[in-house]
Design a protein around this ligand. Structure first.
Ligand SMILES: Nc1ncnc2c1ncn2[C@@H]1O[C@H](COP(=O)(O)OP(=O)(O)OP(=O)(O)O)[C@@H](O)[C@H]1O
Ligand SMILES: [Mg+2]
Length: 284
């Protein structure tokens, strides 16, 4: 898609109410983009770990049947055991129970998790017949949020735009959109904005906190155009930090750790710490 037509498309959407509400104690943020592989889970995991490293108490919620967020914190056997147990997000949603009883501690200080299950593939079906089905997650999260135990609750969304992602967006105060620096990454973003505009009618408090540019390959010239296009969108906030392609991310995932925990000195770890500080600064 030509960059100019992408910008024209963006002008259709209204993000003018996206200033951050400084009064909320526990901030609920979600990482969403219907484009698969855009860096949602990697960003959610590392920003969560980074915030915990800044002394914040953080709850991560794995909202995807791919279990990737859980796998970024626990070895595969443990993730599969949690996915098969009664203590995961799918069971909480199916039983419409509050999430307090579904939280597990991760190996990292200040970082907890509500794990996912492969059964999340059927979540749309589970929600279909439920009363006020767009707000099941929001309701389940309310006691955790109101307890004030956590500074941040971060939710990782799957790469879809259905009723479950509407639930995630309705439970959140703000959304961060990780976007891969590629032409198709931009194309997917236009769909995402259109969807957000519709969801905002259901949940007017939802704020677009920013677009986070990921998987930037500085060896390819195309990345400059993507970054420039995104930064020129005056109505859309874009984080200053962008995350470059780094093999340390894959090694970290292979080792079931966020890259900041795996290799603090790596390029992507430093970039994710910088992005974390930008996210945290939204409330300073
Ligand atoms: N900065 C990076 N450098 C190198 N590889 C990366 C980087 N960020 C993400 N990846 C890799 O890209 C793939 C997709 O990343 P990730 O799973 O975070 O995206 P996602 O948006 O959550 O995907 P999905 O839409 O499937 O949920 C993963 O294999 C991950 O290891
Ligand atoms: Mg993911």
């Amino acid at each position: 898609m030509a960059v100019s037509s992408f910008i024209m498309m963006l002008h259709m959407f209204d993000f003018t109410e996206s200033s951050v509400d400084h009064m909320k104690k526990t901030k609920v943020l979600c990482f969403a983009n219907n484009k698969g592989g855009s860096g949602k889970t990697t960003t959610c995991s590392n920003v969560g770990y980074g915030l915990a490293g800044l002394g914040k108490k953080v709850l991560l919620i794995d909202g995807d049947m791919q279990l990737n967020l859980s796998l970024s914190l626990f070895p595969e056997e443990e993730v599969l055991a949690m996915a098969r147990s009664e203590k995961n997000l799918y069971m909480a949603m199916k039983k419409q129970e509050e999430l307090t009883g579904y939280i597990v501690h991760t190996p990292y200080e200040g970082l907890d998790l509500v794990p996912s299950s492969t059964l999340m593939s059927g979540i749309e079906y589970e929600l279909f017949t439920k009363w006020q089905r767009e707000f099941i997650l929001k309701k389940a999260l309310k006691p955790v949020k109101e307890s004030g135990v956590y500074d941040y609750i971060l939710i990782d969304a799957p790469p879809t735009l259905g009723g479950w992602v509407i639930n995630i967006l309705c439970a959140a105060d703000g959304v961060i959109i990780p976007v891969e620096a590629s032409p198709w990454g931009l194309f997917g973003l236009a769909n995402m904005f259109e969807f957000l505009d519709e969801v905002k009618e259901m949940t007017p408090q939802l704020q677009l906190l920013g677009v986070a540019i990921t998987k930037v390959d500085t060896r390819k010239n195309y990345f400059k155009q993507t970054v420039q296009t995104l930064r020129e969108m005056s109505e859309v906030p874009v984080f200053d930090t962008y995350i470059r392609v780094d093999s340390a991310i894959e090694w970290a995932q292979d080792d079931s750790r966020p890259v900041i925990a795996y290799k603090k000195s790596s390029r992507s770890a430093k970039e994710y710490m910088s992005l974390t500080r930008e996210v945290d600064a939204l409330w300073q």
